[in-house]
Design a protein around this ligand. Structure first.
Ligand SMILES: Cc1cc2nc3c(=O)[nH]c(=O)nc-3n(C[C@H](O)[C@H](O)[C@H](O)COP(=O)(O)OP(=O)(O)OC[C@H]3O[C@@H](n4cnc5c(N)ncnc54)[C@H](O)[C@@H]3O)c2cc1C
Length: 465
């Protein structure tokens, strides 16, 4: 094996996107994945025009739940793998404009029907499949499945790493990228190698998901492209419905603590019926379910502060959920992994002076800062334990509440500015745009206009057939 060989642990979205960045830099990469028989591993398989969704797999149990690729993530993946967006659409992914989502926020409906950001809605297995097909076709990138990594050791020569496999001889690598997800054992492996304990922050609002697939055409709701009902502080229960490939919709219920949705179909329907708006229940009642309800409950925000370790070892990086996993309700994980892959690509293009890994890791951590603030700020509010985000984060939280109130009373500019932050396209300082500040003051002095009307969802059930 060549001296500059890289091993990526985990072929989830973060591992694949890191491999795309490494492959583009001409580095030989081996991605090690514990799952076996990943669908469409070879470059030749094409889903073509009649999409079949690859099956969810054991190593990615969240694959049965809806996965939104925020606009920033779509742009970042397109930059890493040009043409991926078109391939996703050709394979059945549904392009939609977020301005056409029926979005029931904390304070009411968001303005509907003006252009905002593009999304391509597809199941997680399809997105991963297409990305995997592109990445494994890159020269120098190979994927070994059925290989579980169980430890990291220093190479006896002192040069690089020995990646220990559960079954088989260790692999030598000069660079190791841990992308093994939430279950990453890297903190433990590092302490076994004599490093300090890795400081870790956790905010777990105990959100649960229950998701079900339905048969219904993408335009079943007419002009409404999808539905989002956000959990509120008062009742932390909500849901989402999005069209995906193959003439299907994914409907998911989400709730925190005692409001976590159940697995049994009757309970699931009942949960949807008790939400603040009946749109999700109506859709589920009319569309034909295609399988069981799948639940997922491992959703806490967990952040390992590797950047705070005194000595970061040469030849080691951590990306994706292994570094920082977010409550998925905010749909940020893949986007952050894609942004980190772009940072990796830029760093490799700029040359790798000694200590580059530690510097890059700090940039990876900074890429997680805003999404972490968004997710934990909201979740601390849901926990209501008196634990607060504090300082600037809390100020932003309160101010974005003011802007959200404007949006819920018809202010399109307020909604689009919130969208820019939510889709990680802009810094939260854009919420202090002088025009928005003026609108907030005007509303405080003169009162708010009428609430934004409910989007054209209709309760005319017959029209859905
Ligand atoms: C319910 C739910 C819904 C979500 N919804 C969204 C969403 O809407 N939008 C979004 O952007 N993100 C969402 N996410 C988050 C998203 O799934 C992850 O952030 C994203 O997939 C990046 O994860 P990853 O590649 O770091 O880890 P994973 O996707 O978990 O992949 C880790 C990989 O490593 C492999 N592995 C693990 N250990 C080993 C080992 N020891 N040896 C070899 N291989 C190993 C696993 O088999 C797996 O293939 C959601 C998550 C959950 C739980």
């Amino acid at each position: 094996m060549s001296a500059d060989h890289t091993v990526v642990i985990g072929a989830g979205m973060a591992g694949l996107l890191a491999a795309a960045a490494l492959g583009a830099a001409g580095r030989p990469v081996t991605v090690l994945e514990q799952d076996h028989d990943l669908p469409g591993q070879g470059p030749e398989q094409d889903l073509g025009q009649s999409p079949r969704t690859p099956a969810p797999r054991a190593g990615v149990p969240q694959g049965r739940q809806p996965h939104v690729l925020l606009h920033r993530g779509l742009c970042a993946i397109e930059e890493l793998l040009p043409g991926l967006r078109a391939q996703l659409i050709a394979a059945g992914g549904v392009p939609l404009d977020t301005g056409n989502l029926a979005w029931l926020g904390q304070q009411g409906w968001a303005p509907f029907g003006t252009p905002a950001f593009e999304l391509v809605s597809a199941t997680r297995p399809l997105v991963e499949h297409l990305v995997r097909r592109r990445v494994t076709a890159l020269p120098g990138v190979s994927l070994l499945t059925d290989v579980r990594v169980r430890g990291l050791g220093r190479a006896p020569s002192g040069d690089g790493w020995l990646v220990e496999r559960a079954d088989g001889p260790p692999l030598h690598a000069d660079l190791v990228v841990d992308a093994s997800g939430r279950a990453s054992r890297l903190p433990r492996w590092l302490t076994l190698l004599g490093h300090d304990e890795v400081p870790t922050s956790t905010v777990d609002a105990r959100f649960g998901y229950a998701g079900r697939v339905y048969s219904a055409p993408a335009d079943v709701l007419g002009r409404v492209a999808g539905v989002v009902v956000l959990p509120t502080r008062e009742v932390p229960a909500g849901g989402v419905a999005l069209p995906v490939e193959g003439g299907r919709w994914l409907v998911a219920a989400v709730g925190a603590g005692e409001h976590r949705p159940p697995r049994d179909p009757k309970g699931f329907d009942g949960f949807l019926n008790r939400l603040r708006d009946p749109a999700l229940a109506d859709l589920a009642a009319l569309a034909r379910p295609l399988g069981e309800v799948a639940v997922h409950r491992r959703t806490g925000n967990v952040r390992h502060h590797y950047e705070q370790l005194r000595h970061w070892p040469a030849g080691l990086l951590v990306t994706g959920d292994s570094l920082c996993a977010f409550n998925p309700v905010y749909g940020q994980g893949i986007t952050v992994a894609a942004v980190q892959a772009l940072l990796l690509r830029r760093s490799l293009a700029g040359g790798t002076a000694p200590g580059w890994e530690g510097r890059l890791l700090r940039r990876f951590a900074r890429a997680a800062d805003l999404p972490w603030t968004i997710a934990t700020g909201e979740d601390l509010g849901h926990l209501g334990t008196g634990r607060r985000s504090g300082g600037v984060a809390e100020l932003f939280g309160r101010w974005s509440g003011e802007v959200d109130r404007l949006a819920a009373h018809g202010d399109v500019r307020a909604q689009r500015t919130l969208d820019r932050v939510y889709h990680l396209m802009d810094s939260p300082t854009c919420l202090f745009d002088p025009r928005l500040v003026a609108s907030v003051i005007r509303a405080r002095l003169l009162g708010l206009p009428a609430p934004t009307p409910r989007p054209p969802l209709g309760r005319d059930r017959a029209s859905w057939h």
